[in-house]
Design a protein around this ligand. Structure first.
Ligand SMILES: [Zn+2]
Length: 262
């Protein structure tokens, strides 16, 4: 996932996963003098929720001596998640927020001159997404949610998920044992009904049949290899509006922003 001279942009939300990842990457970075680390924090504009998390993230960055860049939806896109929720559009708030967050992190990573983007998805997140993509009838998305997403032509920054093989409960344990101060309240707009059911199902399965989550992760890895061989190469153009790589004329974020701002 990492090279000795990487400049890693770590997406830090202020939750247990991202603060754990930040701590682990800081330890690694200290051993490699030519590597760099920048924490990227995104302010989606969620009152009473994001403000607390941003504060915790800033405190931890200061304690660790990590450079931090905060970008906001308002300055980048001219809107906030709270405003999007008020519009009651067709999709769940998470659908919009997820696409915009990915774009915001990407923009911030380019701004600081990073070579890679690290996000704190853990094993539980990963296997939930695999099942979610299957239930949504979108097997090709399993390729795009790979723990290491690299573009051989260098059109987008490599994205890595260093915690992808770590169970969520182990991340929680690490955060508690190291005394990390993290945000534990859930997002007020969070309403991913299907994911919640999948989470409960997988937790029950893993409790009754230990190893289920790891097995599913290995199955997804194997599927990615098979799907990658079978999938036709996707031609990426520059989005006609923002210039980001996209298989269509406009990227997903620009299409979304059009419906939001219109
Ligand atoms: Zn675009």
């Amino acid at each position: 996932m990492l090279a000795h001279n990487d400049h890693v942009a770590v997406a830090v939300s202020g939750g247990k996963d991202s603060l754990t990842l930040l701590n682990l990457l800081v330890k690694l970075e200290r051993k490699f003098p030519r590597s760099q680390l920048t924490a990227i924090c995104v302010d989606e504009g969620i009152e009473g929720y994001r403000d607390e998390a941003l504060l915790l993230a800033a405190k931890e960055c200061e304690r660790l001596g990590v450079r931090q860049l905060i970008v906001s939806y308002k300055e980048l896109f001219g809107t906030t998640t709270d405003e999007i929720v008020k519009l009651s559009l067709g999709k769940t708030p998470c659908a919009y927020c997820g696409v915009l967050r990915r774009k915001a992190i990407n923009k911030a990573a380019i701004m600081v001159g990073a070579t890679k983007i690290a996000t704190a998805h853990n094993l539980d997140d990963e296997v939930q997404t695999v099942l979610l993509n299957m239930l949504h009838g979108d097997p090709m998305r399993i390729i795009r949610s790979s723990p290491v997403l690299r573009d051989v032509q260098g059109r987008f920054l490599t994205r890595i998920k260093p915690l992808c093989d770590i169970l969520e409960k182990e991340v929680v344990l690490y955060a508690y044992l190291t005394g990390l101060e993290f945000q534990s309240i859930a997002c007020p707009h969070g309403n991913e009904a299907v994911r919640n059911d999948i989470r409960a199902f997988l937790n029950q399965m893993d409790q009754r049949h230990p190893g289920t989550k790891f097995t599913l992760q290995r199955t997804a890895e194997r599927l990615r290899e098979l799907l990658a061989d079978a999938a036709p190469a996707v031609d990426l153009n520059e989005c006609a509006k923002c210039g980001d790589p996209t298989p269509q004329r406009y990227c997903e974020a620009c299409l979304m922003l059009e419906t939001i701002i219109a």
